[in-house]
Design a protein around this ligand. Structure first.
Ligand code: G3H
Length: 521
């Protein structure tokens, strides 16, 4: 099935307090769902430590010591010095591009071009974060004066961050949390997602070399052994998680000091597309293909349901189904492959269950190849008509099955969105501005990004990425992430000669890293 040799990494390391330890306990096997044998079994590609709660608590101690209750070297360091550490890290990280891209293909089945994009986008995000922090610092290198009070206002860190990323973007989304958290002066404990674990292992040395001891601590293992005991101590200041809201709620519930805990969460979405009668169908089909099926639909921003006006639903389904059937299926490294095997062992069974249930309630598979399965290959199924009685309507499928709902009255999709627990993004397809205008005004209040004649997506990363209701807490973007991982804090003094002399002396003496009007260019 493949002439591409699988990797095999038996990794025993973990990073606590600046030391890469050698794990002595149990190990967890890492199995790729890319099948190379005739029995249809996944491929063993490595082992990682299955660490315990004692080590999780050691990592917490290390992160706490490095933060030093705000008195540590890292949170009080000059911005320039923290930036240097991140610069060192990103330059070391780039040496591992090929290996990380290969592991993204094997561990999570991402096709080669998307895997390379994930790596490059992450590196760019880190460089952009450095520039955004310099800009923020330049803006803070000044005093304000209001009502006879001089104020020097900056953004300061919050403390210890527990950072947990998702399996679908195990590098990008995790580092888009971790790097802004660190650069702002927080310290972190980071556990890779359930899939996409080996690809972090080549980077431990880079973390160790670039950051002072205890600033970043990396553990491998299960959430219940690592995240849960750390949260129970009440010593985590920020929970940074991209994943499912049930995990986010369970972890918050363990924290005894709820008001201490800041949340930076990216959760489920169930983004819809609304296709109006005058939409350009060629263009709409193209956008809906990438919206629904990039990375097999396993994106939080993916289009999870298509609402199509009944006057065009027949034509749309015909064109869309043909386009779906034309998509190239294969192994992640093969040229031009769009669809790949699903990385979760039981996902095809789940997808099959959704399809069967929808069919039993009156839906049909509309495309020729729809629902064909072979091992973890799962050909996308276009289902119509889908209604509220079906699981496929109510659950975020996060995979290659596309429900289509016909509507006559625009209030039908609008009411569904208003009633939904989610509110991340929508795609709106149409042309008539007298119809689009009022719709945009409503949709902007139901979600946080209205994509006009475009699929939903997170990027470009400088734009705000967030959601309403159960879809997110806090906003991420290159700049907003710096805000999410910090708090405004300032030094104030009454405007008189006595205080102003002291401020001048502080500025001239460079005794404070906080009170400084030096610019970072
Ligand atoms: O899984 C959610 C990701 O943030 C989606 O990012 O829209 O760039 O694929 P993307």
């Amino acid at each position: 099935m493949s002439n591409y040799r699988p990797p095999y990494i038996e990794y025993s390391g973990y990073l606590i307090n600046g030391q890469i330890g050698h794990w002595q306990g149990n190990y967890a096997e890492v199995t790729s769902q890319i099948v190379l044998n005739s029995e249809g079994k996944g491929t063993l590609i490595g082992k990682v430590p299955d660490m315990d709660s004692d080590h999780a608590l050691l990592a917490l101690d290390a992160a706490q010591r490095a933060y030093g209750r705000g008195q540590g070297k890292w949170p009080t360091m000059k911005v320039k010095d923290r930036i240097e550490c991140v610069e060192r890290f990103v330059s070391l990280m780039t040496n591992h591009r090929n290996q990380v891209v290969e592991l993204l293909m094997w561990e999570i089945g991402k096709n080669k071009s998307d895997a390379a994009k994930e790596f490059d986008r992450t590196v760019q995000y880190i460089y952009d974060t450095i520039e955004a922090y310099k800009k923020l610092d330049r803006r803070s290198a000044r005093f304000d004066k209001e009502s006879n009070i001089n104020a020097h206002i900056r953004r300061g860190p919050l403390g210890v961050v527990l950072c947990l990323g998702p399996y679908n973007y195990p590098l990008n989304e995790t580092f888009c949390l971790l790097i802004p958290a660190l650069i702002m002066g927080n310290t972190a404990i980071f556990k890779p997602a359930k899939l996409g674990v080996l690809l972090i292992t080549p980077l431990l040395d880079a973390f160790q070399t670039a950051f002072p001891e205890g600033v970043v601590n990396i553990l491998f293992g299960r959430g219940r052994n690592i995240a849960a005991p750390v949260m129970k101590t009440g010593k985590v200041d920020i929970l940074a998680l991209i994943g499912h809201s049930s995990s986010a709620v369970a972890l918050q519930d363990l924290h005894p000091n709820k008001n201490r805990l800041r949340l930076v969460l990216g959760l489920e979405a169930n983004n819809p597309a609304i296709i109006l009668p005058d939409a350009d169908l060629d263009h709409t089909v193209k956008e809906c293909i990438s919206g629904t099926l990039s990375y097999n639909g396993q994106r939080c921003t993916a289009l999870k349901v298509l609402y199509v006006h009944s006057s065009i639903v027949g034509k749309f389904i015909e064109m869309f189904s043909r386009a779906v059937d034309d998509l190239k299926y294969g192994l992640p490294w093969e040229d031009g492959v769009f669809l790949t095997p699903l990385p979760e062992k039981n996902k095809p069974e789940y997808i099959q269950g959704l399809i069967n249930e929808a069919i039993s309630k009156g839906a049909n598979i509309m495309n020729k190849n729809g629902g064909k399965m072979s091992g973890n290959f799962c050909y996308p199924a276009v289902l119509f008509p889908v209604d509220k009685s079906m699981k496929l309507f109510n659950e975020e499928q996060f995979g290659p099955v596309i429900p289509i709902v016909a509507f006559d009255n625009i209030n039908e999709p609008l009411d569904d969105m208003a009633n939904s627990e989610y509110g991340q993004q929508v795609s709106l397809f149409g042309k008539d501005t007298s119809k689009l205008g009022p719709l945009i005004d409503i949709l902007a209040n139901l979600v946080c990004r209205v994509n006009l004649n475009s699929s939903c997506q997170r990027g470009p990363d400088v734009y705000p990425f967030t959601g309403r209701k159960n879809s997110a807490v806090s906003t991420l973007s290159v700049f907003d992430a710096l805000r999410s991982f910090s708090i405004r804090t300032f030094v104030a003094s009454k405007d008189n000669d006595y205080n102003n002399d002291i401020l001048r002396n502080l500025l001239n003496s460079h005794h404070s890293n906080f009170i400084s009007t030096e610019y970072l260019l």
